[in-house]
Design a protein around this ligand. Structure first.
Ligand code: GLU
Length: 332
């Protein structure tokens, strides 16, 4: 290599090393869910390690100097706690869990409010799935009594929802044979007939459910009726939801409930960092990655970014939404 180009190369490395690297973790969920793949897409979209080619020259359009990674976790509750404890900078959470954590209510009553939670964006609706074997006698939530059911692990948002739904039908944890498995393990256990069913709150199509549907092994049980209507009336986070036919192969239209998936961040992450991350999230190049990367990606839109947030926006995110006119005068 001619001396001059070697020197230029070295100068390039030195410049790259001089630019600060910011590591930014995103707590997601189980690898068989939707948080994990969507988190991976977002992590690569917002990353722009030092030395990356410029966005307008076909390079990265992420936040300058940022290296983001999606980490597998137990889900919403785990993510909120990890943000509080500083083991991740950000994470995905259901809006119900986010609200209860921020306000120290429900399952956060004992451990106290996680007041340092802030939002970057509302992402997409998650569907509450109740999955059973195709030949199951379980036709409604009320039939779960005495059955071997995975309510998911402690730390998941799914488990929080499963317990609420059981309660709405007059059942408690002890009325089912609780087998606490993450969604991937629950899908395997259902395939082996080791359990009778499992709950999973996740954006559709969730990998754990999709694989079983492709093998024609499952049915989805509707979550509906007066008990559910009362639950919807009590809690602003849940919405009546009709899962359309064909989202999963062989599964017909199913009446159930949905809840928002949101991206939360620690209050202490600098304003400028979160501003750059928010800008990168809504960059047109990210849209392409989201649409190609997961069917839920097309539902992640800026028009819904501040909808139904369970916690206040981070000031960096708020600055971006104000700048692009995505917040009205009232701040919402
Ligand atoms: N909503 C689920 C939870 O918090 C995780 C969903 C997913 O992994 O996509 O437990």
């Amino acid at each position: 290599m001619p001396l001059l180009s070697a020197l230029l190369l070295l100068a390039g490395f030195a410049a790259a090393a001089a630019q600060d690297i910011t590591f930014f973790r995103i707590g997601t969920g189980s690898t068989a869910g939707t948080y994990f793949p969507v988190g991976g897409i977002i992590a690569s979209a917002i990353s722009s390690p030092p030395g990356s080619r410029d966005c307008d020259r076909g390079g990265s359009c992420g936040a300058p100097g940022l290296v983001a990674v999606a980490q597998s976790t137990r889900g919403s509750v785990d993510n909120v706690r990890q943000i509080r404890d500083g083991t991740v900078e950000s994470g995905f959470s259901q809006s119900d869990v986010a609200y209860w954590a921020f306000n120290g209510e429900e399952l956060f009553q004992e451990e106290g409010a996680v007041s340092g939670l802030r939002a970057i964006a509302n992402l997409y609706p998650e569907t509450i799935h109740l999955v059973v074997r195709f030949d199951s006698a379980i036709k409604s939530v009320g039939d779960l009594r005495g059955k071997r059911i995975s309510l998911d692990r402690k730390g998941s948002g799914t488990r929080v929802n499963a317990l609420l739904i059981l309660k709405a039908f007059g059942l408690s944890e002890s009325d089912v044979e609780d087998v606490p498995l993450g969604s991937g393990a629950a899908a395997d256990a259902l395939r082996e007939a080791e359990i009778d069913g499992f709950f999973f709150t996740a954006g559709t199509p969730a990998a754990a459910v999709q694989e079983l549907a492709e093998e024609a092994l499952i049915e989805l049980v509707p979550i509906e009726g007066p008990a559910v209507e009362a639950l919807l009336k009590d809690s602003p986070f849940f919405a009546d939801h009709m899962l359309p036919t064909g989202v999963y192969p062989g599964i017909g239209e199913t009446h159930t409930v949905s809840v928002g998936a949101q991206w939360l961040v620690a209050e202490g992450v600098p304003e400028e960092t979160v501003y750059q991350i928010t800008r990168a999230l809504w960059h047109p190049s990210t849209r392409q990655l989201l649409e190609k990367g997961h069917p839920k990606g097309s539902q992640i839109v800026i028009e819904k970014a501040t909808e139904g947030l369970g916690v206040p926006l981070h000031p960096g995110a708020e600055r971006y939404y104000r700048e692009v006119g995505a917040l009205d005068e009232a701040g919402q």
